[in-house]
Design a protein around this ligand. Sequence first.
Ligand SMILES: *Cc1c(COP(=O)(O)O)cnc(C)c1O
Length: 408
Amino acid sequence: MTEQRYRSHTDSIYGELDVPTVVNAAGTKTRIGGSLIRAEALEAMNDAASTFVELGDLQAAASDRIAEITGAEAGYVTSGAAAGLCLSAAAAIAGHDIAAMDRLPDTEGLPSEILMPRTHRTGYDHALRAAGATIVDIGTNDLHLGTGSTNVEPWEIEANITDETAAIAYMEKSYTEPPLDVVADIAHDHDIPVIVDAAAELPPRSNFSRFIEQGADLVVFSGGKGIRGPQTTGIVAGKQEYIESIALQHLDMHVAEAAWSPPKRLIDLDNFAGVPRQGIGRSMKVGKEELVGLIYALEAFMEEEQAETQREWQNRADNIACAIEDAGLETHVTGGSDVSVAPEVVINVDESSETTAIELVRRLRAENPRVYLGGDRIDEGEVVANPMCITDDEADYVADRIVANVEN
Ligand SMILES: *Cc1c(COP(=O)(O)O)cnc(C)c1O
């Protein structure tokens, strides 16, 4: 019965391609397609596809909107938050030096170290290194020794700033420390920028301006997560001088200098000794359709009734939890605060059934449609159902499939 409520393997475009579809109770995960793009964005993309436009003009329009929303001086649309990190590093290293732009990722002789508290490091830092940066780890693991000390002290960051330092990178999560404003003060005392990875920190919308207010020079958000824009978009918001450097290293530079006049509010050519050639960002291009899609998704995201969305997520999570508990599985619902967006249903599979969490995740992923649960707590014998990327019907379906696949 329930299966019929879904576009199954055979009746979607993916069926034509013979690719199984996914019911996504794992949240905004890139490998299963991120979030579902908003209808407003899709419509705008369709429209954008039929006309030519100068990409610099379009980036300038996006910059104005991003600046308005974030309170930053300027903004830029990249091909994802990871690309935004790479370009931010490139801007921190090359600045307005077009010869340096031309050489990246070769940074020999250029200050190119990016300091990061060890506890802020993730696999995404590869994007910073891709620009030619070397990452310098700061701090220890002392917090976990139970001595009462913290992982990283502000003085440790300051002590590692040298003539080789190009920036400090900061990964924004509710638990990261030291506080961003403290780190920004240290950076600014030494005339270096702070790059904040806030890819998944939307909603709440207040985060658009929060990190800028706390002193970040560049903040990176994903366009394909909470904003629900095109999957291949990201936003960088920040200081004009860096955004300008990003633009010059990203736009297609197959231009005749004498005939090129980009919008001055995006790139002031008086700040540069000429025009560089294709830069490090050229392999991360953004199409006019994605750019327009992101702008319209942003607008819809700003107008959305956040409390209403939050209530929907909470109801969906509570319904899943109820249905599963009725079948004898132990669950609890976490989150849903203004710090971490969506509530999630944590299901203790190992303790309350004969099945293991890993086995359950595997079985569900092998179904058609595939059912994806969050696997972040799999080592603790728990699976997580996230309500952000499913409909109410799909939430019922997910609960049914979980119950059908455990033995207790
Ligand atoms: C998702 C994510 C990214 C990458 O974002 P994309 O838009 O997919 O490139 C980077 N950093 C963090 C912390 C993320 O969660």
